[in-house]
Design a protein around this ligand. Structure first.
Ligand SMILES: *Cc1c(COP(=O)(O)O)cnc(C)c1O
Length: 382
């Protein structure tokens, strides 16, 4: 196992990842496949570090946004099915073919390039068609012309169209229904041309919980895997898998009236004990949590005071006199024991839960636990 090369770590409970994955699989049943979304380094959890746990607990596919994300997983896992949900530029499609990665496409041109590369490398590239139904992000525009283009792709001899998918804008029940119906109509139009897909899919985490009726053959959950409660009407039992932790680097006493950090935006109203912590906004901690965020030391809340620096920040420890250098600090916990959970951190930082997790940067080693014991360590910078 690698040494942990820093005090500030992202700790991942693999038992909770397994619990969430099983919970999702149980919700949809054996008939529906699950493409577990591990883009953005598995929402900060480390895609390589959790991939095996996902596959062993019900994930049929791993889905990423970009080619380099797919290649990172492929380097460690030769057999896993990996879907790139985003666009790969033409001149990089060669990597897709050589690494047996499933590519999303939404043009005949890319299908033709993949077909040619397949012949060149003696492979049959596997693709999922992206179909636009209203998010207006990626996909073949909903039209008869697009159906004809997809039909042309089906006639290329050396590309396999395994799936077709769309993505909901989640703009409300009625808007979801309109998108779903457009998608079904397109699939039926293709069926009448003799084109069938093994996988049709339109749902992410929120919609998969809220709308059982739109699950089709596959769902693409992301945030629920990580234990984030992403739904409005449904329910799914989940456990947050991530904690963000560090240790106190320095403690000092200051006098009433002294300032702390740049610009002295915080000044001591009384004699105070100040702790310095080795994390800052370069680690993905929101700089706008100054004056709002807190960490947890010995089960007590310690408010973050003064401007949050790039690599460090300061907390008020006056009411926690037993705190000493080296003591554990919970930056994000699961909400118990006075810890700030991902949801509340996102509310305070005026952003969403996924952003709080994905912005955790490569500088913090990922530390993986099973049964409360460290089983794996991943340092991105070493
Ligand atoms: C990110 C993403 C998902 C997963 O989204 P969650 O809301 O985290 O479940 C699913 N599908 C596509 C196309 C995505 O980009």
């Amino acid at each position: 196992m690698e040494p942990i090369l820093r005090d500030t770590i992202v700790e991942i409970d693999l038992d909770n990842i397994a619990f969430n994955m099983k919970s999702i699989k149980k919700m949809v049943g054996e008939e529906v496949s699950v493409a577990a979304v591990v883009k953005a380094n598995a929402y900060g959890h480390g895609a390589v570090g959790i991939a095996k746990t996902l596959v062993e607990n019900g994930a049929d596919y791993l889905a990423v946004a970009t080619l380099n994300e797919a290649m990172e997983i492929r380097r460690y896992f030769k057999d896993y099915k990996i879907l790139i949900m985003g666009y790969t530029p033409d001149d990089l499609l060669e990597y897709v073919v050589n690494n047996n990665i499933i590519q999303t496409i939404f043009s005949y041109n890319q299908a033709e390039i993949l077909n040619r590369l397949g012949i060149e490398y003696n492979k049959i590239p596997n693709v999922h068609i992206k179909y636009e139904t209203g998010l207006n992000r990626l996909g073949f525009k909903d039209s008869e012309h697009s159906l004809q283009e997809i039909e042309k792709i089906s006639k290329l001899g050396n590309v396999h169209m395994e799936g077709i998918f769309s993505h909901l804008a989640l703009a409300g029940k009625e808007a979801n229904r309109i998108q779903y119906e457009k998608f079904v109509k397109a699939i039926e139009g293709l069926k009448s041309k003799g084109i069938r897909f093994k996988y049709t899919h339109i749902e992410d985490s929120i919609s998969a919980v809220d709308h059982p009726e739109y699950r089709m053959d596959m769902i693409r959950p992301g945030s629920t895997i990580y234990g984030i409660h992403a739904y409005h009407y449904g329910f799914l039992e989940l456990k947050q898998a991530m904690k963000f932790k560090t240790r106190i680097t320095h403690i000092k006493s200051i006098l009433k009236g002294e300032g702390v950090s740049y610009d002295y935006l915080w000044k001591a109203e009384k004699d105070s004990i100040i702790g310095t912590l080795p994390f800052g906004y370069a680690d993905g901690y929101p700089r706008n949590l100054m004056g709002k965020g807190h960490v947890t030391v010995h089960g007590e809340k310690a408010p973050i005071i003064g401007i949050i620096c790039m690599d460090q920040c300061m907390v008020d420890l006056t009411h926690i006199p037993q705190a000493k250098v080296g003591d554990e600090v919970i930056i994000y916990g699961d909400g118990s024991g006075n810890t700030l959970d991902i949801e509340n951190a996102s509310l305070l930082a005026d952003t969403n839960k996924n952003e709080i997790m994905t912005r955790l940067s490569a500088r913090s080693p990922r530390v993986y636990l099973e049964n409360g014991k460290i089983v794996n360590v991943f340092n991105y910078i070493k």
